[in-house]
Design a protein around this ligand. Sequence first.
Ligand SMILES: NC(=O)c1ccc[n+]([C@@H]2O[C@H](COP(=O)([O-])OP(=O)(O)OC[C@H]3O[C@@H](n4cnc5c(N)ncnc54)[C@H](OP(=O)(O)O)[C@@H]3O)[C@@H](O)[C@H]2O)c1
Length: 252
Amino acid sequence: MERKIALVTGGSRGLGRDIAINLAKKGLDVIITYNSNNKAAEEVILEIIKLGQKCKAFQLDTTCVSTFDAFFENVTSYLKNNYGNPNFDYLINNAGTGLYVPFMETTEKQFDEMCNIHLKGVYFLTQRAVPFMNNEGGIINISSGLARFTLPKSSAYAAMKGGIDVFTRYVAKELAHKKIRANSVAPGAIATDFGGGENKTNEQKRQLISAATALGRVGEPEDIGAIVAFLCTDDAKWINGQRIEASGGVFL
Ligand SMILES: NC(=O)c1ccc[n+]([C@@H]2O[C@H](COP(=O)([O-])OP(=O)(O)OC[C@H]3O[C@@H](n4cnc5c(N)ncnc54)[C@H](OP(=O)(O)O)[C@@H]3O)[C@@H](O)[C@H]2O)c1
């Protein structure tokens, strides 16, 4: 059977790392990107090689649209050299940073940063990726539970994630001629370094989230990766244009 290849942005840490590892467990080869943490990316590569799959890391700042063409030149020449053609199968738009600021205090600069990383970057990276994506592949955009419910200080961030859910439906429709499926996965609060690591270290917040969650705890990266990996298999071939929340049932 032909090997499938997935590209995961922000695959060096947190959710992206767990997604990359779970993709490898399902037999996919993986390309990850990192922004500044090359060492963390190298560790993910070693884990994936141990699982018997190929993995390669590229530096990418997903806020910097002007670099995307050069990025895909690098990625596609790697693919040509290693697989004989420049195409891949799945794109997972995961890279992102957090911002916790009340609406009335959010600056234009902070708003633009959220837009650039969570909406504009995802939009144009996907646009540049599609010509190199095989038919019957897929796109998974990482959204957030915060696009459905509200918690304080997340208006700019959550507005972009809401945009991603809408964008996902448009992509599902407009790429249907290539049989490329597009879905968003919306995690609840997950204990990663995101937003200064609040979900790991802020006990008050952890208790609030746990109390509001049917399954009674804060999420871990391991709660998410396998869901995204499942969407990158033929078993998920009829799931398209959907927003799938993975939050243990928070604010039901
Ligand atoms: N954690 C949560 O509670 C939660 C909940 C819902 C949704 N999400 C979403 O899940 C995604 C991953 O978050 P996470 O919790 O895994 O965060 P994380 O642990 O902080 O990891 C962030 C990842 O994104 C990369 N990154 C950061 N800035 C970047 C940039 N400008 N360009 C390219 N890559 C960049 C980082 O690369 P380096 O390693 O090089 O820094 C790292 O790989 C984000 O889209 C986030 O909004 C998170």
